[in-house]
Ligand binder design. Structure first.
Ligand code: SF4
Length: 409
């Protein structure tokens, strides 16, 4: 891990079986969008989220029926469940009774100090942590008036005030979020908060919106902070199927080297005039089929054999198009040549064998003529298309200019 990725040291809390902060792996959270009273529908979504990479799932507890639903959902859930509480502190007490592993309280809409302390005492008795979840959009009115806008200082003050209430009753099983829908403000809020407390932080850009904008905002905000070592658990708030949130959170951690890859990482060239195939279509088909096969490897789809195998030599396996052919390569070494129409099928088959047999075995089984075939295809393409840097033409041009310069002097 690079020095930039050293995690800021925070206290550790436990949300059920998942440790958060204090050097624990950064965890992924998501939230169900079903009615909580629909126990089977909500559980199905919890399982889908856990399957996509969510370590912790939040469920709204917005009425008595929801609290009753939680009592049935929690014991059957594969991951810890956090109850989301707004306005009614008694629903937090009901959620605790239902056995939830964590509570999220919004200081903007549960403001009565005694109510907050009552919840903290009840949570403390059960060893259940509380997230102080400040949101720019629902900031305490008094703070909004004081600062004139949901500034980072206002969000942090809201969180610190709530934490004081909790600490007053010796409750320190806390994590905090200060979410903002404006990315620079969100980043500044967390930076400020991280200087002031050592409680674990839950990162998120609130109301990030639909894809692709929501994804980009979340990656910008959460990714920036994670690279600074800030953040112990994350949530993408996307206006999309929540499975996409869980997947995106997991993938971000994998791409930043904060979580071991458990799924596919497909890299592909962006295509260009040199491409011999429909790179976009082939990459999409390969992604769909490889994801379905659930192979934890990095796979490259490259549009031409001139640059493909070299540029993607770090990938576990890849395919590069030649004229009417696909060149399969493992760690940059071409191992097989297949007709263009069989490219995706061959890639899938070789990827499966690579996972089963390992790199050395598959390199040993390489077709000895494949590398020569790839070199011939590359040479043919270069001859037809010109070399990438047009070096021959440039050399001639430089020589001509130099000659003209000499004769003019
Ligand atoms: S690999 Fe080939 S087709 Fe793809 S972008 Fe590079 S030069 Fe273009």
């Amino acid at each position: 891990m690079s020095p930039a990725m050293e995690r800021k040291s925070t206290r550790q809390i436990n949300v059920g079986s998942v440790a958060v902060g204090g050097g624990a792996p950064v965890s992924v959270q998501s939230m169900t969008i079903t009615k909580t009273a629909d126990v089977d529908g909500t559980l199905a979504q919890v399982y889908a989220l856990a399957g996509a990479g969510a370590d912790i799932v939040r469920i709204t507890c917005n009425d008595v029926a929801a609290a009753q639903g939680l009592a049935e959902i929690v014991p059957r859930s594969p991951v810890p469940i956090v109850a989301d509480i707004h306005f009614q502190y008694k629903l937090a007490l009901a959620a605790l009774e239902a056995g939830v592993h964590g509570l999220r309280l919004n200081p903007g809409n549960i403001r009565n100090e005694q109510h907050i302390k009552t919840v903290a005492r009840a949570a403390g008795e059960r060893g259940v942590p509380i997230r102080v979840g400040v949101n720019a959009g629902s900031l305490d009115k008094e703070l909004l008036e004081k600062y004139g806008a949901p500034l980072p200082e206002a969000l942090v003050e809201s969180a610190l005030r709530e934490i004081r209430y909790l600490e007053d009753v010796d409750f320190t099983d806390i994590k905090i979020s200060v979410k903002h829908s404006d990315v620079p403000s969100m980043i500044d809020s967390y930076r400020l908060l991280s200087e002031r407390v050592d409680y674990p932080l839950h990162l998120g850009v609130t109301e990030a919106g639909p894809l692709p904008g929501g994804l980009i905002k979340s990656v910008a905000g959460i990714g920036t902070l994670l690279m600074e070592g800030i953040g112990d658990t994350i949530r993408f708030s996307l206006t999309a199927d929540p499975v996409e949130e869980a997947k995106a959170g997991r993938q971000l951690l994998e791409y930043l080297g904060l979580r071991e890859r458990r799924g596919l990482d497909l890299i592909a060239c962006p295509s260009c005039g040199r491409a011999e195939v429909d790179v976009i279509g082939i990459a999409a088909e390969a992604q769909e089929r490889l994801e379905a096969a659930n192979l934890p490897i990095q796979v490259a789809v490259m549009g031409c054999v001139v640059n493909g195998p070299g540029e993607a030599r770090e990938a576990d396996i890849g395919i590069a198009a030649g004229r009417g052919k696909g060149h399969l390569f493992i760690k940059g070494q071409v191992v097989r040549v297949v007709p263009e129409t069989d490219m995706v099928e061959a890639l899938l088959e070789e990827a499966r064998r690579l996972v089963e047999e390992g790199v050395d075995a598959r390199l040993a089984a390489a077709d000895s003529a494949a590398a020569a075939d790839a070199a011939a295809s590359a040479a043919e393409l270069l001859e037809i298309q010109g070399d990438v840097n047009e070096a021959t033409a440039r050399r001639a041009s430089v020589a001509r200019i130099a000659r003209e310069g000499r004769s003019g002097s």
